[in-house]
Write a protein that binds this ligand. Structure first.
Ligand SMILES: [Fe+2]
Length: 206
């Protein structure tokens, strides 16, 4: 009778969710898994995943900078910039996922949490408060510049190491969209009249 009661208690306990669990890491950050069938040596995968994580941290920061800009932008160009910033944010979400999954595919671990991203990125931290439109645009362009430069270096290095998959991804799915976004932003910083066209020099002299 006592034994039966014990087994009944045991089955009840097994039905309880086992919450608040912690355990050891099954793969430390900064390592790649050993057995892989990609015909890419471990040192190559280690270097690529490290460099891709830098690109990932910078891209995640730019993604978040776009959302901050989308929410906080103010002024006569509010509507167009509000929409443009959100479009670029959505595109950066895709870019971030592509880089992260390339890192995982190479046997590495993608950086994920905001704390780790903040410690890793080279993009300058903006204030929490609202800034003027030219400053907002300049900050975004500065972040793009860091990413574009990194893409070119990474594309060259990955090709030299024989990792054409990373090379193709960096050029096609990160560099080109960032170049395009850079163009869309930079055209907003061209100074031009909104109402009165500038008169040609000869007419102005009359
Ligand atoms: Fe929104």
């Amino acid at each position: 009778m006592a034994r039966r009661s014990t087994s009944l208690n045991h089955s009840v306990l097994n039905a309880e969710p086992r919450v608040h669990q912690r355990g050891r890491e099954i793969q430390p950050y900064g390592t790649v898994t050993h057995v892989f069938h990609l015909e890419l040596e471990e040192p190559v995968r280690l270097e690529m995943t490290e460099q891709l994580n830098q690109l990932l941290a910078d891209s995640m920061t730019l993604r978040d900078l776009y959302k901050k800009s989308h929410w906080q932008v103010a002024g006569p160009t509010f509507y167009q910039l509000h929409l443009l910033f959100d479009k670029h944010f959505d595109e950066q979400v895709e870019i971030v996922d592509t880089i992260a999954e390339r890192i995982q595919l190479l046997g590495g671990l993608a950086i994920a949490m905001a704390h780790d991203v903040a410690e890793t990125t080279r993009v300058e931290r903006p204030p929490r408060g609202r800034e003027e439109v030219p400053v907002v645009l300049s900050r975004l362009l500065d972040a793009h510049q860091i990413i574009v430069r990194r893409c070119r270096e990474l594309a060259e290095r990955s090709a030299r190491l024989g990792d054409q998959g990373t090379n193709d991804m960096v050029v096609s799915e990160v560099l080109r969209p960032n170049e395009l976004q850079t163009w869309f932003l930079s055209e907003h910083l061209v100074e031009g009249p909104l109402v009165h066209a500038t008169e040609p020099a000869s007419q102005a002299a009359d």
